[in-house]
Design a protein around this ligand. Sequence first.
Ligand code: R5P
Length: 291
Amino acid sequence: MTVFIGLPGNEGLARNLSSAAGGRVAGLECRRFPDGESYVRILDDVRGERVILVCTLADPDCHFLQLVFAAGAARDAGARRVELVAPYLAYMRQDRAFADGEAVSARHFANLISRVFDSLLTIDPHLHRIQRLSEVFTIPARALRAAPLLADWIIGNVERPLVIGPDSESRQWVEDVARQADAPYAVLGKVRRGDREVEISLPDLSRARGRRPVLVDDIISTGQTMLQAAAKLKTAGFPAPVILAVHGLMADDAYALLRAVSHAVVTTDSVVHHSNRIPIGSLLREALTLH
Ligand code: R5P
């Protein structure tokens, strides 16, 4: 039997996946010792079972140790396999050393996960200079694509959309989404000068005048990429854009800033946030039941 265990904040998704996959849910106690260290205990029998830990990895430094301890506890309790479902996979953007001495976090994080788990299932990881998960993971690691869900949302909610990727990396998502939503698309140019400093340039979009821009990206972190893109579109005479992302990390005041310049801000629930309008449960359920 398959046993699903949700890390704190992921219990609902674990229940949802368990009922679709015909599994059961095991309880997990997680708390902090007075000194801030983590206490983790699996509350049900998992001996001989395939255990799937469910934990989205936004804010990973806060959650990763508990996840590692939960995986260790499952193995100590005799689990046959220990797998990870992480709707958002962290640390994929630091995929090379941009300056001497920098840690290539994507590779090191993948190494850690590969040591602890037997497999990984995730959604739209940031694959750019690393093109496939197999380049950095030594376990089977599968990436699902949220494009069909984003396209369905556009079809149901936006009239005359123009799908726009804010940078070259977003082309992979934007092309898919635009094709499935039967909409035209464009890709903007981006130069990143710092964590919160990006410059966006627009190609000639005059043929798309009168359409509603739908900015599509994998991740919103500080929101600066989307903010600068929205500002350029406004200058070019477009109406306020819909801002659509798979993973809404929404650092600091990103959400408030984006709402102020957009028609709507919409994300999937891979990371729980007020902007969630697109549930990813069906995508994961399908992948797990067909597994
Ligand atoms: C990186 O290129 C990603 O695809 C996103 O464009 C980026 O993470 C967005 O970051 P921010 O919201 O901080 O501009």
